[in-house]
Ligand binder design. Sequence first.
Ligand SMILES: [Zn+2]
Length: 284
Amino acid sequence: MKIYSFNIENFKVDGGAMFGVVPKAIWNRVYPSDENNLIPLAIRLMLIDTGDRVILIDNGIGNKQDEKFFSHVYRFGGEGLIDGLAKRGYNPADITDVVLTHLHFDHCGGGIKLNPDGSFALTFPNAKYHISRAQWEWAINSNAREASSFLSENLLPMRDLGALNLIENEGELVPGVYLRIFNGHTRGQIIPIITYKGKSIVFVADLFPFRANLPLSYIASYDVEPMVTLKEKETFLEESLAGDYIFYYQHDYFSECSRVVNSPRGIRATEGFTFDSFLKELSE
Ligand SMILES: [Zn+2]
């Protein structure tokens, strides 16, 4: 198995929104904001090549929306989706499986592209797009709170072009890639756990957007059921400590990975490190 991590682009959101009830005077010390109170978020993707399957986890925002939409997103930097794949020797047609943690625009928009005639096409024409059934049904019958994150042009073409595979339950996608399901951030969020050289690497997605989100009360305002998130965090942090899991942060602009450790105040993240340094450590 080969695993790659790459950051396709960054964007910005309101800083307070990522920390819920935690006052700015506190969160701003660990995750600094700019003069407009915005904070940077990475969009990292993981690519897993098992030899006969090439699996991409999430695919970013994409490019289908209008200028007005993107004026609120503040995109900058990153390698790009197609360029990032190419740099590692892959074409979109090589991807056999796209795992979508959930259907908020910054996770799934890159999977559908706009043709010059206004019709839609699959960015990954040979891939199955895996989504939990719970998330699909939740997103299709959206609610006012998440409506601006569930964009129909990102969702419906996956179904209409025949790419959709709905995941009913937690389980193994392929040997070494296990899909877990969490419900606090949004209904049916998939959290992939990859077993690699005896280590468990968790693609923590929006369960722990940043390394700074490990304290139990540091829950984003976006979460639809914060008390469910709280319970999920508590249980999963215990499991992660016991299993010496590596957390891989999709959105943390400053830290790509960490481990978790016990502290007098609860389970906390270690210092951040890069995914490449972790792979290097494993090969030594
Ligand atoms: Zn989300």
